[in-house]
Design a protein around this ligand. Structure first.
Ligand code: ZN
Length: 184
Protein backbone atom coordinates (compact mmCIF):
# COMPACT_ATOMS: atom_id res chain seq x y z
CA UNK A 1 0.00 0.00 0.00
CA UNK A 2 1.32 3.42 -0.94
CA UNK A 3 1.29 5.61 2.19
CA UNK A 4 1.19 9.41 2.36
CA UNK A 5 4.53 11.11 3.05
CA UNK A 6 4.82 13.58 5.94
CA UNK A 7 6.46 16.74 4.68
CA UNK A 8 8.64 19.52 6.02
CA UNK A 9 7.26 21.25 9.08
CA UNK A 10 5.52 18.20 10.53
CA UNK A 11 6.81 17.50 14.07
CA UNK A 12 7.16 13.74 13.46
CA UNK A 13 10.17 14.55 11.25
CA UNK A 14 11.92 16.22 14.21
CA UNK A 15 11.47 13.44 16.75
CA UNK A 16 14.26 11.08 17.68
CA UNK A 17 12.82 7.76 16.53
CA UNK A 18 12.53 4.83 18.94
CA UNK A 19 14.06 1.37 18.61
CA UNK A 20 11.70 -1.43 17.65
CA UNK A 21 11.70 -5.15 18.33
CA UNK A 22 11.35 -7.81 15.64
CA UNK A 23 7.82 -8.53 16.90
CA UNK A 24 6.72 -4.97 16.19
CA UNK A 25 3.12 -5.34 14.92
CA UNK A 26 2.97 -5.98 11.17
CA UNK A 27 6.69 -5.30 10.70
CA UNK A 28 6.90 -7.12 7.36
CA UNK A 29 3.83 -5.25 6.09
CA UNK A 30 5.35 -1.97 7.20
CA UNK A 31 8.55 -2.81 5.27
CA UNK A 32 6.55 -3.77 2.17
CA UNK A 33 4.52 -0.55 2.37
CA UNK A 34 7.68 1.52 2.79
CA UNK A 35 9.24 0.00 -0.36
CA UNK A 36 6.00 0.45 -2.29
CA UNK A 37 5.73 4.09 -1.20
CA UNK A 38 9.39 4.77 -2.01
CA UNK A 39 9.10 3.29 -5.52
CA UNK A 40 5.81 5.03 -6.24
CA UNK A 41 7.17 8.39 -5.11
CA UNK A 42 10.45 7.87 -7.00
CA UNK A 43 12.77 7.97 -4.02
CA UNK A 44 15.95 5.97 -3.34
CA UNK A 45 15.36 5.78 0.41
CA UNK A 46 12.54 6.16 2.92
CA UNK A 47 12.61 6.33 6.71
CA UNK A 48 9.66 5.42 8.95
CA UNK A 49 9.21 8.97 10.35
CA UNK A 50 8.46 10.04 6.77
CA UNK A 51 5.32 7.92 6.86
CA UNK A 52 4.44 9.21 10.31
CA UNK A 53 5.97 6.42 12.40
CA UNK A 54 8.77 7.58 14.74
CA UNK A 55 10.55 4.20 14.84
CA UNK A 56 14.10 3.24 13.83
CA UNK A 57 13.73 1.66 10.42
CA UNK A 58 14.56 2.75 6.89
CA UNK A 59 14.71 1.17 3.45
CA UNK A 60 16.91 2.00 0.50
CA UNK A 61 17.27 0.93 -3.13
CA UNK A 62 19.85 2.72 -5.26
CA UNK A 63 18.56 1.27 -8.55
CA UNK A 64 17.42 4.68 -9.93
CA UNK A 65 21.06 5.84 -9.82
CA UNK A 66 22.14 3.04 -12.17
CA UNK A 67 21.91 5.13 -15.34
CA UNK A 68 23.69 8.20 -13.96
CA UNK A 69 26.32 6.23 -12.04
CA UNK A 70 26.85 2.92 -13.87
CA UNK A 71 29.93 2.04 -11.78
CA UNK A 72 27.99 2.03 -8.52
CA UNK A 73 26.74 -1.30 -7.26
CA UNK A 74 22.94 -1.32 -6.91
CA UNK A 75 22.09 -1.83 -3.28
CA UNK A 76 18.72 -2.65 -1.70
CA UNK A 77 18.34 -3.20 2.02
CA UNK A 78 16.19 -2.78 5.13
CA UNK A 79 17.88 -1.24 8.18
CA UNK A 80 16.27 -1.88 11.56
CA UNK A 81 17.68 -0.17 14.68
CA UNK A 82 20.77 1.02 12.76
CA UNK A 83 23.74 2.63 14.49
CA UNK A 84 26.39 4.37 12.42
CA UNK A 85 29.53 3.44 14.36
CA UNK A 86 32.07 5.29 12.23
CA UNK A 87 32.20 7.93 9.50
CA UNK A 88 35.51 8.49 7.78
CA UNK A 89 37.31 9.03 4.46
CA UNK A 90 37.28 12.09 2.24
CA UNK A 91 34.63 14.78 2.28
CA UNK A 92 32.10 14.03 -0.47
CA UNK A 93 29.66 16.62 -1.80
CA UNK A 94 26.43 15.40 -3.39
CA UNK A 95 23.21 17.06 -4.49
CA UNK A 96 20.58 15.67 -2.09
CA UNK A 97 16.82 15.65 -2.24
CA UNK A 98 14.14 14.26 0.07
CA UNK A 99 10.57 13.02 -0.40
CA UNK A 100 9.65 15.09 2.68
CA UNK A 101 11.04 18.23 1.01
CA UNK A 102 9.65 17.85 -2.52
CA UNK A 103 11.44 19.35 -5.51
CA UNK A 104 14.20 20.97 -3.52
CA UNK A 105 17.80 19.88 -3.96
CA UNK A 106 21.03 21.15 -2.46
CA UNK A 107 24.67 20.15 -2.15
CA UNK A 108 25.52 18.52 1.16
CA UNK A 109 29.02 17.51 2.22
CA UNK A 110 29.46 14.36 4.29
CA UNK A 111 32.17 11.77 4.90
CA UNK A 112 32.49 9.29 2.05
CA UNK A 113 32.63 6.06 4.12
CA UNK A 114 30.66 4.64 7.00
CA UNK A 115 30.44 1.60 9.22
CA UNK A 116 26.98 0.66 10.38
CA UNK A 117 25.45 -1.96 12.67
CA UNK A 118 21.81 -2.91 12.11
CA UNK A 119 19.28 -5.72 12.05
CA UNK A 120 18.07 -6.85 8.62
CA UNK A 121 14.48 -7.76 7.76
CA UNK A 122 15.12 -11.41 8.70
CA UNK A 123 16.30 -10.43 12.16
CA UNK A 124 20.03 -10.99 11.53
CA UNK A 125 22.49 -8.58 13.08
CA UNK A 126 24.76 -7.03 10.42
CA UNK A 127 28.00 -5.07 10.63
CA UNK A 128 28.85 -3.57 7.27
CA UNK A 129 30.79 -0.75 5.69
CA UNK A 130 29.68 1.35 2.73
CA UNK A 131 31.17 4.10 0.63
CA UNK A 132 30.06 6.48 -2.09
CA UNK A 133 26.40 6.63 -3.03
CA UNK A 134 25.06 3.81 -0.84
CA UNK A 135 26.83 5.42 2.15
CA UNK A 136 25.29 8.77 1.21
CA UNK A 137 21.74 7.42 1.04
CA UNK A 138 22.22 5.61 4.36
CA UNK A 139 23.54 8.79 6.04
CA UNK A 140 20.54 10.76 4.76
CA UNK A 141 18.00 8.17 5.94
CA UNK A 142 19.79 7.69 9.25
CA UNK A 143 19.46 11.42 9.88
CA UNK A 144 15.67 11.06 9.63
CA UNK A 145 15.79 8.70 12.63
CA UNK A 146 17.67 11.39 14.56
CA UNK A 147 15.16 14.09 13.59
CA UNK A 148 17.58 15.76 11.17
CA UNK A 149 16.92 16.91 7.61
CA UNK A 150 19.45 17.68 4.89
CA UNK A 151 18.46 21.34 4.94
CA UNK A 152 19.93 21.55 8.46
CA UNK A 153 23.41 21.35 6.91
CA UNK A 154 22.99 24.26 4.51
CA UNK A 155 24.78 27.57 5.00
CA UNK A 156 22.61 30.50 6.22
CA UNK A 157 22.53 32.18 2.80
CA UNK A 158 21.16 29.04 1.16
CA UNK A 159 18.64 28.60 3.97
CA UNK A 160 17.34 32.11 3.25
CA UNK A 161 16.99 31.30 -0.45
CA UNK A 162 14.86 28.22 0.22
CA UNK A 163 12.84 29.61 3.15
CA UNK A 164 9.79 30.53 1.09
CA UNK A 165 9.68 27.12 -0.60
CA UNK A 166 9.91 25.40 2.79
CA UNK A 167 7.03 27.53 4.09
CA UNK A 168 4.95 26.61 1.04
CA UNK A 169 5.66 22.92 1.60
CA UNK A 170 4.87 23.05 5.32
CA UNK A 171 1.59 24.90 4.80
CA UNK A 172 0.40 22.75 1.91
CA UNK A 173 0.68 25.53 -0.69
CA UNK A 174 3.23 23.40 -2.51
CA UNK A 175 2.25 19.78 -2.97
CA UNK A 176 4.25 16.95 -4.53
CA UNK A 177 2.75 14.60 -7.15
CA UNK A 178 2.37 11.91 -4.47
CA UNK A 179 0.04 11.91 -1.46
CA UNK A 180 1.44 13.95 1.41
CA UNK A 181 0.58 15.20 4.89
CA UNK A 182 1.62 18.60 6.25
CA UNK A 183 0.90 20.32 9.56
CA UNK A 184 -2.18 22.11 8.24
ZN1 ZN B 1 14.82 12.38 3.30
Amino acid sequence: MVLPVYVYGHPVLRKKAKEISMDFPDLQNLIADMFETMYHDQGVGLAAPQIGQPVRIFVIDTEPYRDAFPDVEVFKEVFINPVITNEFGDDFTFNEGCLSIPDLHADVTRKSEIEIRYTDRSGNLQNRSFKGLPARVIQHEYDHLEGRLFTDYLPPIKKMVIKRKLTEISTGKYKPFYRSICIK
